[in-house]
Design a protein around this ligand. Sequence first.
Ligand code: ZN
Ligand code: ZN
Length: 160
Amino acid sequence: MNRPSWHEYFGEITKVVATRTTCDRGIKKGCIIVKDNRILATGYAGSPPGMDHCDKVGHLMIKGHCLRTIHAERNALNFAAKYGVSIDGATAYITDSPCYHCSKDLVATGIKTVIILSNEYRTNGQWQIEERNKLFYKCNMKYYWYDGNKLVNLLPGFIP
Ligand SMILES: [Zn+2]
Ligand SMILES: [Zn+2]
């Protein structure tokens, strides 16, 4: 029987979660939090519950950014907070690299491993990439890209 690996399995689920994104500024983004091969929380880029969605009412543009939605990573962390799920020591699968702000929250909530599924998209700006990598390195975050086949260490010999 041809079963997917855990990374394949969680990677595909993360991509399905991302399809629920409600703001099309940037790419559709999804995040799932996993521990002991079980999914503890999911999140996609969307408005807070009860608020209008960009795909219905348009974007909330401030200084060139749409501020209406909560990032996928934060929505997954928010879900865990709301329902009292402990995510200490867990792994976050994310469709793309996390921005600096979400990266700080991933560290602060006890996530120990971040696995991104695409290493292509970079609207974060160079400073965010540098600050995120510095943060992850200093806080001993394991940070990988799953290329569909193997894990690629995104902080090899990182010099802070
Ligand atoms: Zn928007
Ligand atoms: Zn973010």
